[in-house]
Design a protein around this ligand. Structure first.
Ligand SMILES: C[S@@+](CC[C@H](N)C(=O)[O-])C[C@H]1O[C@@H](n2cnc3c(N)ncnc32)[C@H](O)[C@@H]1O
Length: 318
């Protein structure tokens, strides 16, 4: 049993689903931020997406991490505090722990119950590792709990979650990481690359329909948590690569004209009107390195698979 496992709740009180839904659906271009996907069911569905054959990023990223764990540890050095925002099931970090030998691991996530169970499992499997699981909204802050030891830090941000941000938000997030890791800090980040559109479109439209269920789960969450009565059949999943913007877009499309009454707020959706639920920007290595350099990171090394489908970058602070 690991004796050092602590839980910290820094979830901001501003994180109201009702507010996000009413504000987002009152806009001319309706949208709800992707962080609202992740209730317990959303976290489970994301794990299932990672097992779909069409969704190539996790397998390739894991293979890059495990093949290069030794070199990553040599370049970064042992004994860092390892911080992982959006850790989810904390699966990928397991590929690095034995090599990196961090002094502590700080998994962070918005989905607290899921995070607690992932952190408990990890802590049992790595009894030598102090684990300080922290519930946060990483778009607001990256608070490192006081119990975390001093020493150089490494922030691990796999899964191409950086792609969910608009360019301005990506700059803000990288600058927040810069502050959170501080002097001698390093960043290990997985980023999906630009590629053949068929591969991208298939990845977000898996045949088993799991990504569609993940997207539709947002509606189920709205129905359950806000107590609103509407049929899920009135919406359908739509995901496609927008080549001009260099991003996958995910939408929930209204299949008919409908009115939603959200606790006193009336929202009208036209037939075929869409609610934009996620972007996933793709970056060529040059584009990503420029983005990172603009935020005072310096590339140390990056690794890709032979088909250049995914890239993992190790960066240090200027
Ligand atoms: C796409 S999944 C990636 C999970 C994991 N990092 C991986 O690479 O497999 C995104 C994760 O980030 C979490 N997440 C999404 N938005 C968040 C936010 N604003 N603050 C904290 N966690 C968030 C989700 O709950 C989920 O676990």
């Amino acid at each position: 049993m690991n004796t050092t496992l602590t839980f910290h709740n820094h979830k901001p009180e501003t994180l109201s689903l009702q507010e996000a839904v009413v504000t987002g659906l009152s806009k001319a271009k309706k949208a709800i931020a992707p962080k609202f996907f992740y209730d317990q069911r959303g976290s489970e569905l994301f794990d299932q997406i990672c097992n779909q054959p069409e969704y190539y990023p996790p397998t390739i990223e894991q293979s890059i991490l495990s093949s290069n764990a030794d070199e990553i540890a040599n370049l970064a050095g042992e004994g860092r505090v390892l911080v992982e925002p959006g850790a989810g099931s904390a699966a990928k970090v397991r590929l690095l722990l034995n090599n990196l030998q961090p002094s502590a691991y700080v998994p962070m996530d918005i989905s607290f119950d899921h995070l607690k169970s992932a952190a408990t499992d990890l802590s049992n499997d790595y009894p030598w590792l102090p684990v300080h699981a922290t519930c946060v909204d990483f778009t607001h802050s990256l608070p490192i709990p006081d119990v975390v030891p001093n020493g150089p830090r490494m922030l691990f941000f796999p899964g191409s979650s950086i792609g969910n941000f608009e360019r301005k938000e990506a700059n803000e997030f990288l600058s927040m990481i810069h502050d959170a890791i501080g002097k001698n800090g390093m960043l290990l980040i997985g980023v999906d690359t630009k590629k053949n559109e068929d591969i991208l479109n298939a990845a977000y439209n898996d045949e088993a329909g799991v990504t569609a269920e993940f997207n539709m789960n947002l509606l189920l969450r709205i129905k359950k948590e806000l107590g609103i009565d509407f049929s899920l059949d009135n919406f359908k999943h739509n995901a496609y690569y927008n080549s001009d913007a260099g991003r996958i877009e995910m939408h929930l499309v209204s299949t008919r004209k409908q009115t939603l009454n959200i606790n006193g707020h009336t929202i009208i959706l036209d037939k075929d009107e869409s609610v934009h639920t996620e972007n996933s920007y793709k970056y060529s290595p040059d584009e990503f390195i420029t983005l990172a350099e603009n935020n005072n990171f310096e590339p140390v090394k990056f690794w890709t698979d032979t088909d250049n489908l995914f890239a993992v970058y190790l960066m240090k602070i200027h």
